[in-house]
Ligand binder design. Sequence first.
Ligand code: SAM
Length: 447
Amino acid sequence: MAEPQPTLQSLAAKITELSETLTAYLRENKVPEPTFAADSPTSYSNLSPEIFMTRQVLLDALNDMWYLTQGPSESIFNYVHNCMPDAACLNILNFFDFWSAVPVSGSATYAEIATHTSLPHEVVFRVLQHAVSLRIFVEIEPGKSTSRIEHTSRSAALAKSAGLRALVSSILDDAGAPLMVMNEALRRYSQGKPELTQKMDESSFALFHAGGQFGKHGNSWDMLENDGDGEKQGWRQKNFVEFMRYVKEIFHLEGVVLDAHDWKSVGKATVVDVGGSAGHDAVVLAQHFPDLTITVEDLPKVKSSFEANLPADLKSRVTFREHDFFKPQTVQADIYIFKMILHDWPDAEAAKILQALIPALKPGARVILFEYIGNQGEASEAPQLPRSIKQMGSATDLRLMALFNGKERPVKAWKEVFRLADERFEVANVNANPQNFFAVIEAVWRG
Ligand SMILES: C[S@@+](CC[C@H](N)C(=O)[O-])C[C@H]1O[C@@H](n2cnc3c(N)ncnc32)[C@H](O)[C@@H]1O
């Protein structure tokens, strides 16, 4: 039987029930509850997997309540009216670092913020008027000559966390504009075809940057590496490194890497983390498994972040090597790991990246992919996830489409990418974890 349609009243009852469950958990487990005050905790700490799910179901109910309260037409009108100014406003605040213009436990005038950001007073005023409507900053004594700006918990969260600032920069500033021309890219290159174009120069990113006004960048990695003048060159890559570190922290991905393989049983092994960013995964692996020697390979502008973050006691076992993963691999290792790498590329490029390993592969060498698979895993009995969780996956997927014509793939498709690269890659193990939505796919080289 079809589920009855939610109504304002049924949703209100559900929201009451779920928020009571959540607050009872917080009380019992002494988890401090966030407020809008600047000194509020910036996130819920230590939510159990069950209560995390409860919170996501609550978010779905709140979203439904939000839509139904407005009614169908107005819910679209309001969304369309606000979504771009909301995003642009947050991007401006982040780009010009409004966060540090206002002390977290103090206040600042519009004039002080204008001086700090080097923006015209009028611009600062107008941007902040919108930000305040989003509970990002608050205005004390609005409209008076004495009016001042203070942080709310939402703006303070950004002031306090370099990771969150990097996330906003990478997602909004690097990818936002290309996402807005997706319709035109699809019209030009994929409409009327059975499949999305697989050409990197037909992505929304390539279309947006074709004019060269924002720099001539073939793909988004080019932009991260090369954007900025002089000392500033590569600032977006540094941000991206911080974004990746933050993603690992908030999604608790440490365990995914540690549990991916029986690292102990491999003994004195050499590992290459291909596209390993500034080594955040390599460091964790090396700390837990003293017999491993790890080479982190990535693009040149990542190196300084690697050097800044490497604990001194790991210097002899964890090293950085500038390497373009489309070029032939020269480090002969026992295991190569690719975490969240191949999803950035269409099948042909993903296969080329794997083929580039072949010159270095000895028989029995292993290649381990870590990729997000959402709940589309093998099991058809996978539980229905809250929409708020599915959205994380579908939003990333659309971003990958815009930037690279890349995609999140189910396990079956990852096996196919190995096959496309070379028949001598034998997929030996697949571990799709419904708890963290990640799959670990391990292939053995039978060359
Ligand atoms: C999505 S990030 C994943 C980083 C890391 N593996 C992780 O899981 O946090 C993709 C990485 O691939 C790197 N990358 C992109 N193109 C590359 C290339 N041609 N050669 C080497 N690394 C590249 C980027 O610099 C970035 O660090």
